[in-house]
Design a protein around this ligand. Sequence first.
Ligand code: HEC
Length: 190
Amino acid sequence: MAENEIKDTNFVEGHDFDGIRELDNPPPPWIMWVLYLTIFWSALYMVHYHVFKQGDLQEQEYVNEVAEADALLAQRNAEAQKTPSVVLKADEKIALGKELYVQKACSACHGSLGEGNAVGPNLTDKYWLHGNGEADIVKSIKFGFPTKGMIPYSDQLSDDKIEAIAYYIKNELYGSNPPNAKLSEGEMIE
Ligand code: HEC
């Protein structure tokens, strides 16, 4: 019990009411330092923001951010208006698709005219293994058929380029009836 005994010196002089006395129990020094620091900081804050008016207060910061966002939006809208001239015309798309078809060696497995060969299927007839909508063809090129030997092209061709190849296949190779066409595979799609 001895260590829990309250020493006389810990009582605040003169704070004695009906035998109830007040203990002088100061907070630890570190918490006092935190308090002094915040007081010091608030003085700096006041001088910086309210006396010399150097920084923007929250309200002004908000106004600035909205103005910045408005400017960005206006810029994006202006860019969006310009886009139509960048979109490829049909013949440019076919030319690009044809170039990529050769460059990416699709012809090695599908023939230079899409007629197909011992490895890959014919891309010119009405029979398709994986669909002949443009989106189906895009999907075939993008993801390939790794188990059948066709790699996915999504990591070496951008979406635009893949779409151009699909467009070329759909609008130029498909229905072209080349010589030496490989026998039909898959389902007939009109
Ligand atoms: C190494 C050989 C190989 C190369 C190179 C190759 N393919 Fe293929 N491709 C195949 C095979 C094999 C299939 C059939 C997959 C199956 O049987 O499911 C196929 C299927 C396809 C199909 C789906 C045909 C259908 O009937 O639905 C399309 C479209 C296609 N390839 C386009 C391309 C394009 C475009 C390229 C070039 C970017 C390319 N391929 C490169 C082997 C190849």
